[in-house]
Write a protein that binds this ligand. Sequence first.
Ligand code: ADP
Length: 643
Amino acid sequence: MQSMPNSGQDAGIHHNGGWVRNLRTSIVYALVALLLTVASGWHVYHLTFENMLGEIKTQAHHRLETYDNSLEREIDKYANFPYVVGLDASLWEYLADTSNARLKLRSNLYLEKLNDRVGSLALFLLDTSGTVVASSNWNKSDSFVGRDLSYRPYYKNVGIDRIERFYGIGTTNNEPGYFLSTAVHIGDQIIGTAVVKVSLEQLEKSWSSAESPAILSEGHGVVVLSSVPSWKYAALSPLDEEARRQIIISQQYNGHALLPFGMTVRRVLDESSSIVTLPPTGRNGSNLFSTDGLFLTQTRLMTGTPWHLTVFSDLKNAEDQAKIRATLAVLITAVLLGLVFIFMLRHVHLREILQAREALQRANDELERNVAERTADLSAANAKLQQEVEERSRAEQILREAQDGLVQASKLAVIGQLSAGIAHELNQPLAALSTLSGNAVKFIARGDVETASSNLERIGPLVERMGLMTGQLKSFARKSSGEPRLVVLGKSLDNALFLQEQRLLRGGVGVTIDFPKDDVQVWCDPNRLEQVLVNLIGNALDAMEQVNNPRIELSASVTDGVAKLQVRDYGPGLSQETLTHLFEPFFTTKAPGLGLGLGLPISAGIVRDFGGELTAWNAPDGGAVFALTIPIYKESERNGAPA
Ligand code: ADP
């Protein structure tokens, strides 16, 4: 038999291995998924931030442009006034004679009027030494008149047909302003300086209405305009010695501390823009702007000046947006990867189920193939067996027929042996019949009817006896089927003795019968039992042919449901050789024509068929003993009419 694969165990190992592999794959997948999720979040944050930064930059650029334009416009509005002042001939006159009180008054009034019209902070005139000789605020408490402003750059650097610009805090009234100056000249000779001081406060105020701060820094990097008041006069970068010296000389900031601005650059985007964190709006600063977080700075140099205009744009919104989108991206990526993972798991699971099913199918196919092979083998073996059984039963049938034939043949042989005796037995009554019938005829002829009738009456029993004899012989000779039925043992023995009667009488053989009082009933074919008994009695008679005082003892007993019948003679007994070959076919010690050597083997076969046994031995005091056993008849077991 082919051994089946231990599919259960294999499946277990496979399952276990699969589990470990799955765990490993899951961990790797989880790490990759984590990496991808973080990367997607970072990427989206970066992308969103940069994208919004671009937009903010564009907006800031517009704002910068607007501020720049308005500043230019504001300054340009006053740019020509120094020229206008310088063109006035009466001022020339006054500059030529500054001690003239009338000219002085006229000049002061002129400047005052012009200043009122123009809307500037102040208009004033310096002589060649840098002293204020006339001013629009001549009659105010903070009048500039008489002040020496020769340290101011707008005096020092003044030129013909050129506007000098300067931002500074007034040393008289501490008021910041933008100073524009040009030389008053006659031909190439400078006779004085005309200065207009402009306020940029309005502009500054307009900036503070914007949503994020803006500053204007001058050449040294000091904040001069700022939408956050506390940032004003802070230095964007540390001032060098030279700058400090110039500022001190020009008293530009009138003693202001010029502290560092406190801005930290986080990322330089290009030469004009960077991402920074801003200083707080200061203790007295308004809460207009929150300066927490990142800001974009954009700076531009104002044309024709060393001034830088800077706008700050809050990046909080961009940061928030980027954070929201990054979070969304992380969530979406996680969900997608989760779905992919579930799909993969499902796929793996399905594949495993499919593999298991295939394995099961393979095992099943294998099993079916094995079963089919075994069935085919079995069928073939069965067919062969059946054929053999048939052959065997056919052979048995043939054997049985042969046996039956043999039994019959042996019986006929016995009959042959009996025939001489029987013929002799029949001769006597026949002779008696002949005599009696002949006498009867004679007695009738004589008229002695009485004697004749007596003779005829004696004929009846003779005919009856002859009929009995031939009937017995006929019954013995008939071929029996071997079918068992209820047989009375004594009756069978009587029949056998009757058939051998002639030989017994002729030989003067004494017969002793020792049977139980009650009938012994056995289960066998009566005809065949008689055949065995005739045989055994015949053999005994043969053996005792030369013996004086021949005797046969016939006895029967019943033990343990088995009847035992013994035939004992007083002949020479059985020699050792005879005992060895007694039941072998064709073993005979008799002269040819007297014995075939089939009687005992056939008898033994018959007794075996009954379910009994035929055995032989020598009696201790001489002679042979033949014993046969036959199962006794039991009513509960069998049904049969007595023979
Ligand atoms: P057959 O009588 O034809 O020889 P049997 O099979 O009946 O064949 O007997 C075989 C032989 O057994 C006989 O030839 C005889 O030698 C021996 N035998 C049988 N019965 C007796 C007996 N009662 N006493 C001595 N020998 C016997």
